[in-house]
Design a protein. Structure first.
Lengths: 402, 83
């Protein structure tokens, strides 16, 4: 066993870090206050190939391995969670299309998504539908050679600027309440007739992520915009995208926690109270130690998930869920402690840690809330237990004890 | 294909701990399967048998039983001898 980045991965990490320190860190509070991401910065991400991180490139290369993509998510997340969320949702749609898109969809969209000439967003959540995602209420009815979409999507990250949306709707050919509904995925272009987009502002965190509501009223899209097959939109298309999203969010959380840790190490080395630097107070050291251990543990879970993704192991799905669960939980804790260490300064917009705390809270809700992860992770534990100790053996032992 | 059936059965056994799954048992009728299962099954089939599960393979009937999954593998091997 060897947990060590390759020289290529180390070089990529150094380049990501330098870019984030120069182009993102100094401006992230401004983006947060303005609730806006400048198009020039998105252009820079595109030019560096970050938006096409996991997609085949024009050069014929295959894109980044999962670990390098994770490092990119961490570094951008360290600078600005909003920008990291652009990378996340754009990559989620790209991965879903790469796996389940038709030949035409791949040919048409993958080069645009890889170059960043088109921005993609993921449109699953609705006003009435969050965690119970396969019960989306938006409908899609086949009419001739077009699908007609009706419904509303909410909290769509970068919906204000996306060129194309991966929209989830219930396919219902007969359009009657007795027909079986089939969750399905569709590509909906921004200029589709019947689609209107309404910006959302005033969120707690990830405030520069340009959220939007999508209103689909008799929105007509070509039949060939169905992604995968009717009925497989949630189980396969959304699942592929969400797994990719959880992975990026997990790494992004490591980035938030790392940023908090670095801010605390700086601050406690510069500020004195009771005649000594904060870092020399034992209770501060306890908080710093917890942050160091938690950041390292979260990063190791992310490495584990990335390694399993790179070898195509089915365990990668649940190990990614565990990484997201743990990393989002510790990001919120480390950010909370960082604000505590910074005191009143930490509550001020002059310091970054207040933004980290607000952003970290969002991470416990998106891409499967903490509680949804807890349901599936516990179940995974029982499944693993059943392999290690078959139930017959276990029950015999219990009987023997009685 | 006997090996394939054994491999599939071993993979599925973690989800059906209290049931001795038979080759023709309907796995979707056996109880709760969570939202992660579909993609885990796709990744398992791809990794264990070096195939790519594609859109046209996504018929629920291809995944309903161990026998059906084995038939899917046979079909894919026949279509693409390299698989």
């Amino acid at each position: 066993m060897k947990i060590e980045l390759t020289p290529q991965q180390q070089n990529a990490q150094a380049a990501f870090r330098a870019f984030v320190d120069a182009a993102i860190v100094p401006l992230a509070n401004h983006f947060d206050r303005e609730e806006h991401t400048p198009p020039q910065l998105i252009e820079q991400l595109a030019q560096r190939g970050y938006l096409g991180a996991l997609l085949p490139q024009k050069s014929g290369c295959n894109g980044m391995d999962a670990i390098t993509y994770g490092l990119l998510s961490e570094e951008i997340g360290r600078g600005c969670s909003s920008l990291r969320s652009l990378l996340t949702v754009h990559t989620m749609v790209g991965q879903a299309l790469l796996k389940w898109g038709s030949a035409f969809q791949k040919e048409n969209w993958i080069p645009k998504l890889a170059s960043g000439s088109a921005i993609a967003a993921f449109a699953l959540s609705e006003p009435n539908v969050g965690s119970d995602a396969k019960r989306v209420e938006t409908t899609a009815t086949l009419s001739g050679d077009a699908y007609i979409l009706n419904g509303q999507k909410k909290w769509i990250t970068y919906g204000q600027i996306a060129d194309v949306f991966l929209v989830f709707a219930q396919c219902d050919r007969e359009a009657s309440s007795t027909a079986t509904e089939k969750p399905s995925a569709f590509l909906v272009e921004r200029n589709s007739p019947g689609l209107s987009i309404k910006p959302i502002s005033g969120m707690l965190g990830v405030r520069a992520s340009m959220l939007a509501e999508l209103h689909l009223k008799e929105c007509r899209i070509p039949q060939e915009n169905l992604v995968c097959r009717e009925g497989f939109g949630f189980s396969h298309v959304a699942s592929t995208a969400l797994d990719c999203g959880r992975y990026s969010v997990a790494w992004g959380c490591v980035g938030i926690a790392q940023a908090c840790l670095e801010a605390c190490l700086r601050y406690t080395s510069q500020r004195k109270q009771f005649g000594v630097y904060l870092k020399d107070h034992p209770l501060i050291r306890q908080l710093i130690s917890d942050a160091i251990a938690n950041v390292k543990a979260a990063r190791l879970l992310c490495y584990q998930a990335g390694y399993l993704k790179d070898i195509g192991d089915p365990k990668s799905i649940m190990e990614t869920s565990i990484a997201k669960y743990f990393a989002s939980t510790i990001a919120a804790k480390v950010a909370n402690d960082a604000v505590q260490i910074h005191g009143a300064n930490g509550c001020s917009s002059e310091y970054d840690v207040q933004r980290y705390l607000r952003d970290a809270k969002i991470m416990e809700i998106i891409e499967g809330s903490t509680q949804i992860q807890q349901l599936t992770i516990a179940e995974y534990g029982y499944q693993e237990q059943s392999i290690l100790a078959p139930p017959t053996t276990l029950s015999q032992q219990l009987v023997a004890r009685v | 294909m006997k090996d394939a059936k054994a491999k599939i059965k071993q993979f599925l056994s973690q989800y059906f701990a209290n049931h001795d799954l038979q080759d023709d048992d309907d796995i979707f009728a056996q109880g709760f399967i969570n939202s992660m299962f579909a993609m885990q099954l796709v990744l398992f089939m791809e990794q264990a048998f070096q195939i790519t599960v594609e859109n046209e393979d996504l018929d629920i009937e291809n995944f309903r039983t161990i026998n059906a999954m084995t038939q899917l593998l046979e079909h894919k091997a026949a279509v693409l001898p390299g698989n």
